[in-house]
Write a protein that binds this ligand. Structure first.
Ligand SMILES: *[C@@H]1O[C@H](CO)[C@@H](O)[C@H](O)[C@H]1NC(C)=O
Ligand SMILES: *[C@@H]1O[C@H](CO)[C@@H](O)[C@H](O)[C@H]1NC(C)=O
Ligand SMILES: *[C@@H]1O[C@H](CO)[C@@H](O)[C@H](O)[C@H]1NC(C)=O
Ligand SMILES: *[C@@H]1O[C@H](CO)[C@@H](O)[C@H](O)[C@H]1NC(C)=O
Length: 407
C-alpha cells in the first residue's frame, strides 16, 4: 500500500522544497477513531464570564475527560478528547507561535495534555489551512511547520485541519505539506482533514495518502434532516467513500449528535447504527455531564461498537432502496464471513414499515445458512438460508440492523 511519491509543495507564497513521503504512515487509526469533540454542541462559546460551565476552556475539556473515564466511555473505546475552533488568542505570540487564550486555558496546552494523558486519554486540537480559522482566529497559512512543531511540543495527539479562508486549489499541496511537517516532528499525530469537504473533483487517492480521517461534507447539525442527508449522500456513494475507507484512513461523515436536543431516540439509533455501518470515526459532541441514560447506553452499545471497529474496516454500501425509495438497505462485510445489514426508514411519520426480503437480497449466499442476531441487542432473529424470507419492521426514521454469521 505504501509507495513513494514526489510532490512539489508550492503554497502560493513559498516553495517548501522537494519532499518525499509515503502514504500516511503514522500507524494510527487502524480502526475508526473514537472520542469527543467540542464543535457541534459547544461551538465557539468563548464567554466564560457569563457561561463558565459551557465555554471553550480547559475546564470544559477536563470535565469531559473526567466523564469519559468515570462513566464508562473509555472502557468501550472512546479515547480522543478534542478541542475545535476558538481556543487561541486572536494574535500569535512574538515568536510566531499560537497562544492558547490565557483566560480560558490559564494552565496552558501542555498542562492540559498532561491532564488528559494522565487519564489514559488523548488530546485533539484544531487549526485551519487558511489565513484565519472559520471563527476568525489565526490560521496556519505561512506557519505550517511552526504549528506542527508547537502541537507536538504540547503533546497533542490529533489535529483537525480546516479549510476556511483558504484557496481550494492549494489543498492538493497544502494538506500533504502539513502531514509532512507533522511527520517531521516525530510525534504520531492523527491527521483529521476537512479536505475534500464534499468537492467531487477531489483526488481521494491522494487524500487517503495524507489523512487518517477526511470530512466528506458540510457540518452535521442537530436534526434528522441533517443526519438523514448524510446517510443519503453516502448511499449514493458519491466520490467513492467506501472504496477508499479502510485501516489507516476513514471517510468522516462528522460528529455524532446522539444525546443532544434534535433527534428522537429512534433517530439516535439510526445515526449510531449507520455510523457503525459506515466504519466512521465516532466523535461524540454532547454534554456528558447531563446526557440522557438511554443515549449514554446507546453510545456504549458494545454490539454496535464491534461493527464499527471491525478490523477488516469495510464501509457499508447501499444494496437497494425499497418501498418507493423510503427504505434504504445497506450491507457491509465483517470478519469471519459475517454480513451486517441495515434497513433505514427515511419517513419520520406514520407507522412501522413491514418488509420481506430474501436472504440472498442482502448477500446471504452460504448454502448452509446463517444465524442472524439483532445488531443492537445480539438477540437471535432466527436461522436463515439464502432462499429464506426475512421479515423486518422498520420504525419511522428508525433502523433495523442485523448481523448474519454463516453456519
Ligand atoms: C514518518 O514517516 C515515516 C516514513 O513514511 C514513517 O516510517 C514514520 O513512522 C513516520 N513518523 C511519524 C511520527 O508519523
Ligand atoms: C491522485 O493522486 C495519486 C497519488 O495519491 C496520483 O498517483 C494520481 O495521479 C492522482 N490523480 C489525478 C487525477 O491527479
Ligand atoms: C467513483 O465514482 C465515479 C463517479 O461516481 C464512478 O464512475 C467510479 O466508477 C467510482 N469508482 C469506484 C472505484 O467506485
Ligand atoms: C439514570 O441512571 C442513573 C445511574 O445509573 C440513575 O441513578 C438514574 O435514576 C437514571 N435516570 C433515569 C431518568 O432513569
Amino acid at each position: 500500500m505504501a509507495y513513494k511519491k514526489e510532490f512539489l509543495a508550492v503554497i502560493t507564497f513559498f516553495v517548501i522544497a522537494f519532499v518525499y513521503v509515503d502514504a500516511v504512515n503514522n500507524g494510527l487509526a487502524l480502526t475508526p477513531p473514537m472520542g469527543w469533540l467540542t464543535w457541534e454542541r459547544f461551538r465557539c462559546n468563548t464567554d466564560c464570564t457569563n457561561d463558565p460551565d459551557n465555554c471553550i476552556s480547559e475546564n470544559l475539556i477536563k470535565a469531559m475527560a473526567d466523564h469519559i473515564v468515570a462513566d464508562g466511555y473509555k472502557d468501550v473505546g472512546y479515547e480522543y478528547v478534542c478541542i475545535d475552533d476558538c481556543w487561541p488568542t486572536k494574535e500569535r505570540g512574538p515568536d510566531g507561535r499560537l497562544v492558547p487564550d490565557p483566560d480560558r486555558f490559564p494552565s496552558g496546552m501542555k498542562a492540559l495534555a498532561d491532564y488528559v494523558h494522565g487519564k489514559g486519554l488523548k488530546l485533539g486540537i484544531y487549526e485551519d489551512f487558511g489565513h484565519y480559522t472559520c471563527g476568525g482566529y489565526p490560521g496556519s497559512e505561512f506557519y505550517l511547520k511552526t504549528d506542527a512543531q508547537t502541537f507536538a511540543d504540547w503533546g497533542i495527539d490529533l489535529l483537525k485541519f480546516d479549510t476556511c479562508n483558504s484557496n481550494h486549489e492549494d489543498f492538493t499541496y497544502g494538506f500533504p505539506a502539513m502531514e509532512f511537517f507533522l511527520n517531521q516532528t516525530g510525534r504520531p499525530i492523527l491527521f483529521s482533514c476537512e479536505w475534500p469537504h464534499g468537492e467531487s473533483s477531489s483526488n481521494f487517492s491522494a487524500i487517503r495518502d495524507t489523512c487518517n480521517i477526511w470530512r466528506t461534507g458540510a457540518d452535521v447539525q442537530d436534526s434528522w434532516d441533517s443526519v438523514f442527508g448524510i446517510i443519503d449522500f453516502y448511499a449514493n456513494n458519491k466520490d467513492n467513500f467506501s472504496y477508499y475507507s479502510g485501516p489507516g484512513g476513514w471517510a468522516d461523515p462528522d460528529m455524532l449528535v446522539v444525546g443532544d436536543f434534535g433527534l428522537s431516540y429512534e433517530q439516535e439509533r439510526t445515526q449510531f447504527g449507520m455510523w457503525a455501518m459506515f466504519a466512521s470515526p465516532l466523535l461524540m459532541s454532547v454534554d456528558l455531564r447531563n446526557i440522557r441514560n438511554e443515549s449514554k447506553a446507546l453510545l456504549q452499545n458494545k454490539n454496535i461498537l464491534a461493527i464499527n471497529q471491525d478490523p477488516m474496516g469495510k464501509q457499508a454500501t447501499l444494496k437497494m432502496k425499497m418501498e418507493d425509495d423510503n427504505i434504504y438497505v445497506f450491507t457491509r462485510p465483517l470478519t469471519n464471513n459475517r454480513i451486517a445489514a441495515a434497513f433505514v426508514n427515511k419517513n419520520n411519520n406514520g407507522m412501522p414499515t413491514r418488509l420481506t426480503i430474501k436472504g440472498s437480497d442482502v448477500g446471504l449466499s452460504n448454502q448452509n445458512g446463517y444465524n442472524v442476531v439483532d445488531g443492537f441487542t445480539a438477540q437471535s432473529m432466527g436461522s436463515f438460508l439464502p432462499t429464506s424470507d426475512i421479515v423486518v419492521n422498520v420504525n419511522p426514521s428508525g433502523i433495523v440492523l442485523f448481523v448474519a454469521t454463516p453456519k
